[in-house]
Design a protein around this ligand. Structure first.
Ligand code: SF4
Length: 554
């Protein structure tokens, strides 16, 4: 059954005129990201938005005195539009909408851009629907403090009606239109980091004329995870900051703008006001146990686009697609394990490296996920049997060399650190998948099981050697941890506070490290690479790009 065409906010017609994909991401996908332009635009509008005047009646006589109304809300089912007019001037029988723009008057022949003219024309059409005569509108450019008149010509009216009709049809599509190719519009687009126009076009074979892939999102985040490890501490809200206290002692204040995640390790409490604020701002709260167990994430309502999750469940129910994706996760992890070993070993391990290569070649011939898991297990055994050869010769190797991977509980310091690093990585991929509207608990390689973030475990496979294992090696080889930082007993091996802090430091340093992206050839941090992979996985599931490839390094 076809959905009735929705009523569009006038601002969304502006977005559609700018880029149909941007419109879909915002209106259907409910995606929103701030950039400098949107923050400035909001502050310009906040001075206007406070008032809400009703629409004055059409003047009975053109010679009536002028009337001014602010923030006038209008809607029309006939037009399929609703919107707010910043400022309305009634004079000489004409209703003139005035729309405020944040920037300078653009240096174009018409001194404004088409999306702005279309938005103003929408307001004119709404005014006409409500009985006013409206032949022109005004754009007020706040930075230049200048007005630009826009005449509501028959051409502009026809173009606007056409765009409204197109946008209402696109709003009923479950998936967004393709990205623009090589467009300068993408550079100023607030959703460029969500859309990934050049990356998506490259991977879907719709490459533009410019072969370079532009990185249109920040290479490195300003906001970072805030880890709270002090047992018995309490996190609260203090204005626009998070306060951490224990008893009467104040442990720190952290401005919200600097926090990307709140990570609670063990027995830490959070006030309800603080949780509400974090949910509102889209800052996830990650819960880890003292013993390195990843319990889960508290997040706001988040994305409401159910289509991506529907596509995810459909793919997981399709044995062929499930196996293809599972192979991609295992292949990337195995290649990265072998590369890490080959690059960092100080021993002669040609034979196990050759065995790993032989097993990696079998991945594509596995007939089902169970067989694939068997091959993956054999590769992992070879890798962990030789893990100790990557430790620096001397105390690091003498004290830390493991002989195999073991867990629940880990029996030696390396395995204790690996378990903790994998828990940190699982929270990273869980948060990245939640941000894309995917269900972290419904996987392809890992089957859903109560409390297991199966898709997060799938996505983290390729990053285990690249991020987690590398962090553990770095913490040991650079002396950030030492044997006294571990409590070893017949029941297992546990890290003390100092070892945990050291590993978190090594792990965060690794995530922050800048690399040249292996596929897109631009500089970005490992943290960004993980997020981009989550976005690409979502695009594969919704059919925007044909296949998923895990990140591998040489
Ligand atoms: S990045 Fe470019 S293609 Fe993507 S939504 Fe923005 S303007 Fe459109």
């Amino acid at each position: 059954m076809n959905e009735p065409a929705p009523i569009l906010p006038v601002r969304m017609v502006n977005e559609y005129a700018y880029c149909p994909r941007l419109f879909h991401l915002m209106f259907v996908g409910e995606r929103w990201e701030d950039n400098d332009y949107t923050i400035h635009g909001r502050s310009v509008h906040s001075r206007i938005d406070g008032e809400n005047d009703p629409l004055p009646p059409p003047p009975a006589d053109p010679d009536d005195p002028p009337v001014i109304a602010r923030s006038v809300s209008l809607g029309s089912e006939t037009l399929g539009l609703s919107g707010k007019i910043d400022l309305l001037e009634l004079e000489a029988g004409q209703a003139v909408p005035v729309d405020t723009k944040r920037g300078n008057v653009p240096p174009t022949p018409q001194r404004c851009y088409e999306p702005e003219r279309v938005q103003l024309m929408c307001q004119g059409l709404l005014l006409r629907e409500h009985g006013h005569a409206s032949d022109s509108g005004m754009l007020y450019f706040a930075a230049s403090r200048r007005r630009v008149r826009v005449d509501f010509t028959p051409e502009l009216e026809a173009r606007t009606l056409h765009l409204i009709s197109e946008a209402r049809a696109v709003a009923n599509n479950t998936h967004p239109p393709p990205p623009l190719t090589d467009s300068p519009k993408c550079v100023g687009c607030s959703l460029a980091g969500v859309c990934l126009p050049d990356e998506t076009n490259l991977l879907s074979g719709r490459q533009g004329e410019t072969p370079d892939i532009r990185r249109l999102y920040p290479a490195r985040d300003d906001a970072l995870p805030l880890y709270v490890q002090e047992q018995g501490a309490r996190v609260g809200k203090s204005g626009e900051a998070l306060s951490v206290e224990k008893g009467r002692a104040k442990l720190g204040m952290f401005p919200l703008k600097d926090v990307s995640q709140l990570v609670l390790c063990g027995n830490i409490s959070v006030s309800a006001q603080c949780l509400h604020l974090l949910c509102q701002r889209g800052i996830p709260v990650v819960h880890l146990s003292m013993g390195h167990w990843f319990y889960g994430v508290t997040a706001g309502i988040g994305l409401r686009n159910a289509y991506d999750r529907a596509a995810q469940f459909a793919a997981a129910a399709d044995d062929g697609r499930r196996l293809t994706l599972a192979r991609a996760f295992v292949r990337a992890k195995a290649l990265n394990q072998r590369t890490l070993l080959r690059r960092n070993t100080t021993s002669d391990i040609d034979a196990p490296l050759a065995d790993m290569r032989r097993l990696i070649a079998q991945i594509d011939t596995c007939a089902d996920v169970d067989q694939l898991m068997g091959v993956e297990g054999s590769i992992a055994s070879l890798y962990f049997a030789n893990f100790g050869t990557m430790l620096a010769e001397g105390p690091a190797r003498e004290n830390f060399s493991p002989t195999s991977r073991n867990r629940r509980p880990p029996k030696d310091p390396v395995n204790a650190m690996l378990s903790f690093a994998y828990a940190l990585l699982a929270k990273e991929t869980t948060v990245a998948l939640l941000a894309e509207g995917l269900d972290p608990f419904w996987g392809f390689l890992h089957r859903p099981r109560h409390g297991r973030p199966a898709l997060a475990l799938d996505l983290m496979e390729e990053f285990r050697p690249l991020v987690a294992d590398s962090s553990v090696l770095s913490a040991i080889n650079t002396g950030m941890v030492a044997l006294p930082d571990f409590v070893i007993s017949p029941a297992g091996c546990a890290m003390n506070d100092s070892a945990r802090k050291a590993l978190i430091r090594a792990y965060e340093l690794r995530l922050d490290q800048m690399i040249t992206h292996p596929v897109f050839d631009y500089r970005c941090s490992w943290r960004s690479v993980i997020r981009v992979q989550a976005k690409l996985l979502a695009k594969v599931l919704r059919g925007e790009i044909p296949s998923y490839s895990g990140i591998t390094t040489r």
